[in-house]
Design a protein around this ligand. Sequence first.
Ligand code: MBD
Ligand code: FE
Length: 256
Amino acid sequence: MKNQKVIDVYNGLVIKFKELISEYELDHDDYQALVNWMDQLGRAGEIPLFMDVFLETHALQEMYKSVKGTEPTILGPYYIEKTPVVQNPGILPQRENEPGDVLYFSGSVKDVDGNPLANTKIDMWQADANGEYSYFAEDIPDDNLRGVFYTDENGYFEVRTVVPGNYSIPADGPTGQFLKWIDHHPYRPAHLHLLFQPEKGDKLVTQIYFEGDQYLEDDVAQGVRGTLITKLDKHAGAEKGLKSNYYTAHLDFELR
Ligand code: MBD
Ligand code: FE
């Protein structure tokens, strides 16, 4: 079936492609090197990784230039649908001795006029303290540090998890080769992924980051937005009957 969007985008791409070829004086060897590298990228299963690290942020910034409320950012390649539903307040699925510091992450969810959004579905997923995601690392049980919960009648939620580690994108394949070419490190700041689906209104795909993280300014995926940075507050464990200290972080979200 004919698809006009495909025709239009393809024609636009040809025009830009030709401009780049003459601007940078690319030759047939350069073209073949591109084809070869793209072939490697596909064979390594890294197309979603590459796209989400190097292009998704730019696509989103263009699509949502002047959004009100909390800014969207990268979904990334590690979202899994239909993870376990947890209570609110609740605990994100985790191993018995999950490594890392305990984190109570809470938030309120409102519309852009300040009305609380009760019963908003929230998907949350994150790397563990070592920067590894379940389903994408061999030694981690399925659904570890992934779950779905719903805001209460005041649009509030609280979930117990662990502080995520700094994350390095895989650096030993074709995406890593590209990083060497552009002379960039493979790190992202520590982050939590969140997908909000309110009963009415637009969904929001976003992430949160933590003040003071060394990679906020220099995220390989350029996913950081000002409205998404929160503070990690340290507390003495005795307050909650815990053996070690724990952290809290809070952010108020505004959905369109
Ligand atoms: C990630 O964990 C991520 O969040 C993004 C955007 C890209 C690669 C890995
Ligand atoms: Fe991530």
